[in-house]
Design a protein around this ligand. Structure first.
Ligand code: AP5
Length: 221
């Protein structure tokens, strides 16, 4: 696990972590690891982890650290992450961040970039309540900014759905959980080499151009 670039992307719900991570991972050639997607996949497949995680996820709470750390270490240990990865949605607590540091230390590597997206609460609520996704292929749309060509239908033919945690009351709960549990990560990481902040309120392409430029100019990987 010695070559490649290792990044994490942080930000409140709706900041555009998933949207940006997909673009950046493609442009710099690393594996995108989406922790929320991993959790949803386990819930759909009704694994033991999925059964335990479901009640936390649908109410907008975080899955307990001891559960999520095990499953993410398993993901990061896979061959497809050996030449770098962009972690989206992990770590989300200081305990998870310390566990990630220990895991990477054990592999003789470290994080090259910590990308932090900032967004106003108003924009986040508007984006999340208009987000739709395709359960068949995972593609994400937005009724306001990235609508599907055929209403309610994905380009793969799948029927679009709203995530259960994208209901207004759950969105507000996720924001509160972010402030309490995840925002402290900004202090945890802000002094590190490779820490970068971006305004996530801007149009998606503008944000990804800024991030990719900063990564290429930073010279960390
Ligand atoms: P997760 O799926 O990671 O949810 P989240 O962090 O709340 O993030 P979102 O996916 O809601 O937002 P995003 O920032 O990725 O925004 P997106 O790009 O989609 O986690 C879900 C749950 O799983 C958690 O609540 C928890 O229970 C559990 N979990 C996951 N990780 C965990 C962990 N480490 N520990 C414990 N529990 C964990 O964009 C949102 C919308 O806006 C989209 O429709 C998009 O098209 C649109 N959009 C994005 N950017 C722009 C832009 N610049 N302009 C216009 N529209 C935009």
């Amino acid at each position: 696990m010695a070559n490649g670039c290792r990044l994490i992307i942080l930000g409140p719900p709706g900041a555009g972590k998933g949207t940006q991570a997909r673009q950046i991972a493609l442009k710099i050639g690393v594996k995108h690891v989406d922790c929320g997607q991993v959790v949803r996949g386990e819930v759909t497949n009704e694994t033991e982890f999925g059964r335990k995680a479901k009640e936390y996820m649908v109410s907008g709470r975080l899955v307990p650290d001891e559960l999520i750390i095990g499953i993410m270490h398993k993901c990061l240990g896979q061959e497809e992450c050996a030449d770098g990865f962009l972690l989206d949605g992990f770590p989300r607590t200081v305990v998870q961040a310390k566990a990630l540091d220990e895991f990477l230390d054990g592999c003789g590597v470290h994080l090259d970039y910590i990308i932090c997206l900032e967004i106003t609460e108003e924009t986040a609520v508007k984006r999340l309540s208009s987000r739709r996704y395709c359960p068949k292929c995972g593609r994400v749309y937005n009724l306001l900014t990235m609508p599907p060509k055929v209403p309610g239908q994905c380009e793969c033919g799948g029927k679009l759905e709203q995530r259960p945690d994208d209901m207004p009351e759950t969105i507000l709960n996720r924001m509160k959980v972010y402030e309490k549990e995840t925002a402290p990560l900004i202090d945890f990481y802000s002094d590190r080499d490779g820490y970068l902040e971006f305004d996530g309120n801007k149009p998606g392409e503008e944000v990804s151009d800024e991030i990719v430029r900063a990564i290429r100019e930073g010279g960390n990987c």
